[in-house]
Design a protein. Structure first.
Lengths: 93, 475
């Protein structure tokens, strides 16, 4: 069973505020799921390379392509707070 | 036959022969939605005006005796994690409740180019995370065959809409079974294409090494038509590939002879936890192919018991990274006084329980000290699963299995037990881990509940598995 502190730590890394009841519930559920995931411990992969994705590795030339400005405007428009065509962010400090 | 019962092929013929107009066809579906959607809740949004105006455009072409594409004027429904310019795309999440898509997904652009009529957006488990559509942030969808049961998920809205004749065909997305399992539960055809066959540009990302867009239709032939329209290389998705001449999508080019067909059946799939009626229906399907001259080969996929932990570790890890973009700043729900509060509170209130669970587990699996033991380990076991399938395809042309170990379960039966829900992905998730194409086709019933047969093919052999599905349907 993982500790409440650990669940709190994960939630902090994931940037999710948890209520007390969520904390308890997730502690139980995450522990049960991780127990099940530990099944992988018995697999010998000492000679196996990982596959991060099953397709071909396709790269493109590192060249900037001009984007349509009307899309850029729409993207900014989607932000909850914006000013003069920019997305507005709360002060960092 | 009523207009709303027509397949794509039949509707196209009717339009070409001027038996009915596109407007009549579209209105038949809109009226049907009006009558039936209340009890099924397949749609999150219906766009009546846009559908009618597009239908009129197609009628205009027909009246001028212009040649129309096979998809022109065909009324479709789209899963609400695929962007349609100017329309809401919510992913059935409160965090994107009012999000308006700024552009068309590539598959939508292609379908619009063919002149399809888009009826609306369908319900899903929030961000496509779930197998019952109960985890929608808005409301659950019901199975049209039995309203007390789930339609499956996460593309439950799309599958239910096709099964209930609320649209002619639909698009879904499939990360671990999200097209095939609801197709199986609702009694329709669902195709998960090869990783790379269809551009994901404009599909809201869940797990990028697994996600694919695909059709949910009434027949395998219809699935072929939609697949042909949406597949191909797209510069905006670097994982998409151009299908070569030999892998051509032409419907007529790849005739499959059942006489020389070697069907692999994984021995690990018929052991425990599978509903007896599901086993019976699949065994009957195999018998049918054997009688037609196909050769049934027992194959072994020894890593089957590791599929679920491997799949979930990978999809949760990728989800935790992909969903970091919902920060309350760039788009969507936003709440909080300071910068850090905005992150914590927007995500706390915007995401539902299953999404939080997956983000947290993925964050854990990627975090310092656990990365090697969980995430990297899972990616290595994935290689072993790929090796299993490579070996199996040395003996078999296609692999047959149940799509899901069960038929549609009761609403509420598994929604509070995440692990029980995960285990249902045992036959579908490996296909995504390996990147293969697979289709679920209706193969029988238990009572009134449909059971799907999954046909898995080698990479880019969508056409072959759909031809096999057609043979099944016509015999």
């Amino acid at each position: 069973m993982i500790s409440k502190r650990e669940v709190q730590h994960i939630a902090k890394l994931a940037r999710i505020k948890l209520s007390e009841s969520e904390l308890k519930k997730f502690q139980k559920e995450i522990s049960a799921i991780l127990d099940y995931f530990n099944l992988l411990k018995e697999v010998d992969v000492s000679k196996t390379k990982p596959t991060f994705y099953p397709g071909l590795s396709i790269m493109r030339e590192d060249k900037a392509e001009p984007q349509l400005t009307n899309i850029a405007n729409k993207l900014v428009e989607a932000a909850p707070e914006k000013k003069n065509g920019y997305i507005r962010v709360k002060a960092v400090f | 036959m009523e207009l709303h019962e027509l397949t794509i092929v039949q509707a196209h013929q009717g339009l070409e022969k001027k038996d009915f107009s596109t407007l009549e066809l579209t209105k038949a579906f809109l009226n049907r939605i009006e009558k039936k959607n209340k009890e099924i809740s397949a749609f999150l949004a219906v766009n009546r005006e846009a559908a009618i105006s597009q239908a009129k455009k197609v009628d205009d072409l027909i009246s001028k005796n212009k040649n129309i594409s096979i998809l022109a004027g065909i009324p479709l429904a789209i899963k609400d994690n695929i962007l349609i310019e100017g329309q809401k795309t919510t992913c059935a999440s409160k965090i994107l409740k009012d999000y308006i898509a700024p552009y068309d997904a590539t598959c939508i652009k292609k379908l619009k180019g063919q002149g399809v009529v888009i009826l609306g957006k369908t319900n899903l488990d929030e961000f496509a995370m779930g197998a019952s559509t109960e985890y929608s942030g808005f409301f659950p969808t019901k199975n049209p065959q039995d309203l007390t049961r789930v339609p499956g998920g996460s593309s439950g809205g799309s599958a239910a809409a096709v099964a209930a004749d609320l649209c002619c065909a639909a698009l879904g997305s499939d990360t671990g079974g999200s097209i095939r399992q609801p197709a199986s539960f609702c009694g329709v055809v669902g195709l998960k294409p090869t990783y790379g066959s269809v551009s994901r540009y404009g599909l809201v990302a869940f797990a990028s090494s697994l996600d694919q867009i695909g059709p949910i239709t009434k027949t395998a032939e219809d699935a072929q038509i939609v697949f042909q329209a949406i597949s191909g290389k797209d510069l905006l998705d670097s994982t998409s590939v151009e299908l070569s001449e030999t892998r051509s999508l032409s419907v007529d080019r790849e005739r499959v002879s059942v006489k020389s067909l070697k069907i692999g059946v994984p021995k690990e799939y018929f052991v425990e936890g599978i509903e007896p009626e599901v086993e019976k229906v699949i065994k009957n399907a195999l018998k049918k192919f054997e009688n037609l001259g196909a050769k049934i080969e027992e194959i072994s996929l020894p890593c089957t018991k590791y599929v679920i932990p491997t799949y979930y570790l990978i999809c949760m890890s990728e989800a935790s990274a992909n969903l970091a973009r919902y920060d309350g700043i760039k788009y969507g729900y936003s709440k909080g006084k300071s910068l850090l509060d905005v992150y914590f509170e927007s995500r706390a209130e915007g995401f539902g329980q299953e999404v939080k669970r997956r983000i947290m587990l993925g964050t854990y699996a990627l975090s310092a000290g656990y990365y090697d033991a969980y995430y990297l380990k899972a990616q290595k076991v994935r290689t072993k699963i790929i090796e299993d399938f490579n070996r199996a395809f040395e003996k078999a042309d296609v692999i047959f299995s149940p799509t899901s170990p069960t038929s549609a379960f009761k609403i509420g039966e598994k929604s509070t037990d995440p692990l029980a829900m995960y285990l249902g992905d045992i036959f579908t998730a490996p296909v995504n881990l390996v990147g293969l194409p697979a289709v679920s086709v209706p193969a029988g019933f238990t009572g009134k509940l449909p059971i799907g047969l999954q046909i898995i093919g080698k990479p880019f052999e969508e056409n072959k598995i759909l031809e096999v599905a057609k043979i099944y349907g016509s015999n």
